[in-house]
Design a protein around this ligand. Structure first.
Ligand code: BGP
Length: 488
């Protein structure tokens, strides 16, 4: 067994998917508060005018806001030493552009971090996990407006100053490359807070994959996020030189479907665009050359990449690289090839892999491969897997137990793959599973797509008493954490 001493074991959540309390203690509306649920075949819809008859899954979520002490105690019982969570921007600056921060919001996270400390759990904090304040969308069109860079830096440094002795590990933007994925304006809205004014003012429900998108604006806004992220890295190190500040990439590993050189090239290009581009900027501090070819081919005017911004990006390279890994997909030029269903990450079906009920292909070997590829690409950067997990329908037995062997199998195989990668020489420093406690799915808005070791009594029709109970996987992951990955 090769997990090094001090390896970080834990789980990961996002504020908007677990906290609920969406308007409590001064919090402002943020993007996910405007989204209704969908399912595997129906995309989530956006409804800007709050409709009292509609069910917005994140408004109450699993009510972590009032259950945090109980939940963190359960995490501690599993033997964790790290807990990845996000601060909801709208709790600290309810409109994004407020003069002063909201003290009640700041006080809430003080309590959460104190609870972690009590249990010797290190918080790993994402500053923006798809939680852009709604006012920034409607008034500034998200990160397409450069003033939002300053708003984000102000928010991030406010948090970093306040929690400088409580939090050491920070991530700037969750899955910053979501802007390069997904259909229509989905990535624009989730990641960048961009929305076409016509869509913002619509009275109709708009499926997320039908939101309008303007690629020029997308890349300008993404560039502004690179600048904002780099400034936060630089400013954060001034606040506390011991801070470890990382990026976060959605990594869907891509293979050519066949040995046809056209498939090889298509997979190579798609991999660069979707998986490598953002990480290359944030680790190496400059835009990779292949992107200038992409911009040229797609008619993108790159004058937004100014000399001054280049310097900022160069200075603010990250300390560690983190990523989510759920699945792999295939790429082919054959338009008739069978497709997978992966919400954001679709591709051609791999005949060698099984998939979850949501069509996400299960590929533990892909994780070992990915870790090696990333280490080769960024040889001096520590890596961390900050999301990995299996969304499934769970069945509660009469005695309240949940026998989720499928989830245990998924995790066992992926942890073995990480073990192999460490043997291969990869500097992997930690692992946080996604949704260690059931929560709202980002892609579909469902509760029924469950990821947790901990079951939450909460359902898609809005029923449930929010009570928590342990699934079989809870006891299994406890063994894993307590044995530092030896007892699988
Ligand atoms: C990632 C997001 C998470 C999480 C996860 C699982 O893309 O960072 O927020 O939700 O995917 O996806 P889903 O919730 O759609 O099953």
């Amino acid at each position: 067994m090769s997990f090094p001493k001090g390896f970080l074991w834990g789980g990961a959540v996002a504020a908007n998917q677990c906290e609920g309390a969406y308007l409590e203690d001064g919090k402002g509306l943020s993007v996910p508060d405007m989204l209704l649920g969908g399912d595997v075949n129906t995309p989530r819809t956006f409804l800007p005018k709050t409709d009292k008859t509609a069910f917005y899954p994140s408004h109450e979520a699993i009510d972590f806001y009032h259950h945090y002490a109980e939940d963190i105690a359960l995490f501690a019982e599993m033997g964790w030493n790290v807990f990845r969570l996000s601060i909801n921007w709208g709790r600290i600056f309810p409109n994004g552009d407020d003069e002063t921060p909201n003290e009640e919001g700041l006080a809430f996270y003080d309590k959460v971090f104190d609870e972690c400390k009590k249990h010797n759990i290190e918080p790993l904090v994402t500053l923006c996990h798809y939680e852009i304040p709604w006012n920034i969308v409607t008034k500034y069109n998200g990160f397409s407006d450069r003033r939002v860079i300053d708003m984000f830096v102000k928010y991030a440094t406010t948090c970093m100053k306040r929690y400088k002795d409580k939090v050491k590990y920070w991530l700037t933007f969750n899955e910053i490359n979501i802007a390069c994925m997904g259909e229509g304006g989905l990535g624009d809205l989730y990641g960048l807070g961009i929305m076409d004014p016509e869509d913002v003012n619509s009275d109709e429900r708009i499926p997320l994959n039908k939101l309008k998108s303007n690629p020029q604006k997308t890349f300008e806004a993404l560039h502004n996020q690179f600048v904002a992220s780099a400034l936060v890295v630089t400013e954060g190190h001034k606040i506390n030189p011991d801070f470890m500040i990382g990026n976060m990439i959605a990594h869907t590993t891509l293979y050519p479907l066949t040995p046809n050189p056209k498939d090889i090239l298509a997979a190579f290009n798609e991999d660069n665009f979707k998986n490598n581009f953002c990480g290359d900027v944030q680790v190496r501090g400059e835009y990779p050359t292949y992107m200038f070819r992409y911009f040229k081919d797609h008619g993108i005017d790159t004058s937004f990449i100014t000399e001054e911004d280049k310097k900022i990006i160069k200075e603010g390279v990250i300390d560690f690289y983190t990523f989510s890994y759920y699945m792999s997909n295939c790429v082919t030029v054959d338009e008739n090839a069978e497709k997978t269903n992966g919400n954001l990450a679709t591709g051609a079906k791999n005949p060698y892999l099984k998939a979850s009920d949501w069509g996400w292909q299960i590929d533990p070997d892909g994780l070992r491969y990915t870790l090696n590829i990333l280490h080769d690409r960024y040889p001096h950067t520590p890596l961390m897997v900050v999301e990995n997990g299996f969304g499934a329908f769970d069945k509660v037995e009469e005695d309240g137990s949940v026998h989720d062997t499928y989830r245990i199998d998924y995790f066992r195989d992926h942890i073995k793959a990480m073990d192999e990668a460490i043997e291969d020489g990869v500097p992997l420093i930690g692992y946080t599973t996604w949704g260690p406690i059931d929560l709202v799915s980002a892609g579909t808005g469902q509760y029924a797509k469950r990821y947790g070791f901990i079951y939450v009594d909460r359902h898609d029709d809005g029923t449930g008493d929010f009570s928590r109970s342990k699934k079989d996987s809870f006891y299994w992951y406890k063994k894993v954490c307590e044995s530092n990955g030896a007892d699988l």
